[in-house]
Design a binder for this molecule. Structure first.
Ligand code: IPM
Ligand code: MG
Length: 354
């Protein structure tokens, strides 16, 4: 009997629904080609739903989402809601309360045409950023003392635990070991934020167990510089939540833009939530101009996580094949219609499996 994977889908705000729709078409086509089932439960959460009902992500639905084999999230963010309310209530809730401590963000350039860096090609841009996903300032409550007065003080501390630090570093070493270059770079700011000395020490300790992995270190400011100047120096990199957020937007640009960057939020062995790293792009919502490749690639990562290795490889090969051909003029929104790119991927998928 063939397996059926149960997927929870929160398409969310802005361009979320349209890019999710294309991702789901590719997922269903892959299921058909490779002979497994897909059962999708769609949830209406996002800013529109909050405006209509006052609900962000009710507990029973949160419980139900966890009963699925994986979750997909389109995009969250809308200027009609207070800054961060819906993001923290949906993305944060899933990442933190499901303890999805790994945020895996591959940065892979498929064709030199899409890279803004001079003289850099696919052989130079192929790395994975392992972003810690459950600690740092992100999960602390902001505190404002004497708000609105000249004596105001605002705080949201960067808190790191040994357990949180060790599990993400260990995950990164395990991943680095499976990649051809077997190289892992620690990215931090331990020279200024001395609390990150915990990262320095744990990285050194865990490295002893992985003599086959070559280690390296860069401060976050320098890492931003090197990623533009010499992206080929990076293979696997591990970093804190906040720095991982920042450097992966930079990474997205060198792989061709937000239209192509995908990510996985994982608690290995337990649950996975997959999302494009782009935001909701409210101005483009409903126009059928957003690039769905990031979502399609995120569904590809989901297939890999679900153990559908062949299907995952086929989705990845279809994206690569499409981008290496000449049909995609640009990865920017508006260069092609959202569903046109979906059609092209489906066509490639049928061809790579023929
Ligand atoms: C991301 C996003 C989120 C983050 C926002 C929407 C809270 O930028 O996934 O990179 O900062 O993690
Ligand atoms: Mg971000």
């Amino acid at each position: 009997m063939s397996t059926t994977h149960r997927i929870a889908v929160i398409a969310g705000d802005g361009i979320g629904p349209e890019v999710t729709r294309e991702g789901l078409r590719v997922l269903r086509a892959a299921a058909e080609h490779f002979g497994f089932g897909i059962e999708v439960t769609e949830y209406p959460f996002g800013t529109e739903h909050w405006l209509e009902t006052g609900e962000i992500f009710p507990d029973p639905a949160f419980e139900e989402v966890q009963q699925h084999d994986a979750c997909f999230l389109g995009a969250i963010g809308d200027p009609r809601a207070p800054v961060g309310l819906i993001e923290r209530g949906i993305i944060g809730h899933l990442r933190w309360d499901l303890d999805l401590y790994v945020n895996l963000r591959p940065i892979k350039l498929y064709d030199a045409r899409f890279c803004p860096l001079k003289d850099k090609g696919p052989e130079d841009v192929d790395m994975v950023i392992v972003r810690e996903n459950t600690e740092d300032a992100y999960v602390q409550q902001p505190v404002f003392e004497n708000q609105g007065t000249p004596e105001e003080k605002a705080m949201q501390p960067m808190v790191y635990t040994r357990k949180g630090t060790e599990r993400i570093i260990r995950f990164a070493f395990d991943l680095a070991r499976t990649r051809p270059r077997r190289q892992l770079t620690l990215i931090d700011k331990a020279n200024a934020v001395r609390a990150q000395d915990l990262y320095t020490r744990v990285f050194e300790e865990v490295a002893q167990e992985y003599p086959e992995v070559k280690t390296d270190h860069a401060y976050i400011d320098a890492a931003c510089m090197w990623m533009v100047k010499n992206p080929e120096w990076f293979d696997t990199a591990v970093t804190t939540n906040l720095f991982g957020d920042i450097i992966t937007d930079l990474g997205a640009m060198i792989q061709g833009g937000m239209g192509i960057a995908a990510s996985a939020n994982l608690h290995p062995g337990r649950f996975g939530m997959f999302e494009p790293i782009h935001g909701s792009f409210p101005k483009a919502a409903g126009k059928n101009t957003a690039n769905p490749l990031a979502s399609i690639a995120a569904f590809g990562m989901m297939l890999d996580w679900l153990g559908e290795k062949e299907a995952a490889a086929a989705v990845e090969a279809s994206i690569a094949d499409l981008l290496q051909g000449g049909r995609i003029r640009s990865l920017k929104a508006g260069a092609h219609a959202t569903d046109e790119i979906g059609d092209m991927v489906l066509e490639r998928l049928a061809a790579v499996n023929a």
